[in-house]
Write a protein that binds this ligand. Structure first.
Ligand code: ADP
Ligand code: MG
Length: 226
């Protein structure tokens, strides 16, 4: 089993981040420009519809990058409130219900106590759980199991999201949280970066265990509130 501790200094690499953003946005912009120019020059092109579709897809790509970064830029103004944790988790699970069924994934929840409270911005914490569980789903193209365990550990709440998916190599594990690191065809590689940042803003921690071919667990701890 390979363990890594998520290092907060990954987010300090602002220059690298900016370069990455510029690069990721420039590619779709270049193709949008090219196809738009082509369409304006040749009004009768027979592949018109195909070019319009590419333009729309590329715009959607830029849009998803911008949306993730907007989430990142907001934490400082977000208002933290005392909230029950489990309804937040259950809401995320219900949002993903269709996807879980479609992918033949069984999800098991084990909650030690129904009354855990955390200080959080509810929508951001939902975003975090959604990102982690979606990644688990995407790691199991042929079905499998997800286990969500929530319990108290000293003054913290421990949340484990465990999947029986494809797992990760040591090299992959090291790159988690780096902007634009993705191994997926349609991935943007921003979900974990944003999620780690949100957890950090709640004074929480993330720890990841993974084994190729066996599965992955994300261990999240958040300060417990009485
Ligand atoms: P994306 O999902 O768009 O690729 P993320 O930041 O959410 O971006 O994840 C980055 C990468 O981390 C994924 O592409 C995948 O390689 C790896 N990863 C994350 N979660 C898991 C998981 N549960 N199992 C296997 N690989 C994972
Ligand atoms: Mg993801």
């Amino acid at each position: 089993t390979e363990d890594i501790l998520h290092r907060q200094d990954k987010l300090a690499a602002v220059g690298q981040l900016a370069a990455g953003v510029a690069h990721e946005i420039r590619n779709p912009l270049t193709s949008i420009k090219g196809y738009a120019e082509f369409l304006s020059m040749d009004e009768t092109a027979k592949d018109r519809q195909e070019y319009f579709d590419i333009i729309l897809e590329e715009i959607e790509r830029v849009n998803s990058i911008v949306e993730e970064f907007m989430l990142l830029s907001k934490p400082t103004v977000s208002v933290l409130e005392k909230k029950p944790l489990l309804p937040i988790m259950d809401n995320v699970v219900s949002i993903l219900d269709y996807q879980l069924r479609k992918n033949k994934i069984q999800l098991h929840r084990s909650y030690e106590n129904p009354n855990f409270f955390v200080e959080c911005d509810e929508n951001k914490l939902k975003q975090v759980f959604l990102n982690f569980i979606k990644n688990a789903v995407e790691a199991m193209p042929n079905g499998g199991f997800i286990e969500i365990i929530v319990k108290k550990e000293n003054d913290s709440i421990s949340i484990v999201i465990k999947d029986s998916g494809i797992g990760m190599s040591k090299e992959q594990l090291k790159k988690l949280g780096e902007p634009f690191f993705t191994t997926k065809k349609d991935g943007n590689g921003l979900g974990l970066m944003v999620s780690f940042k949100i957890i950090e803003n709640l004074n929480g921690k993330v720890y990841i265990e993974s084994e190729l071919g066996k599965g992955t667990s994300f261990h999240i701890t958040l300060p417990a509130v009485d």
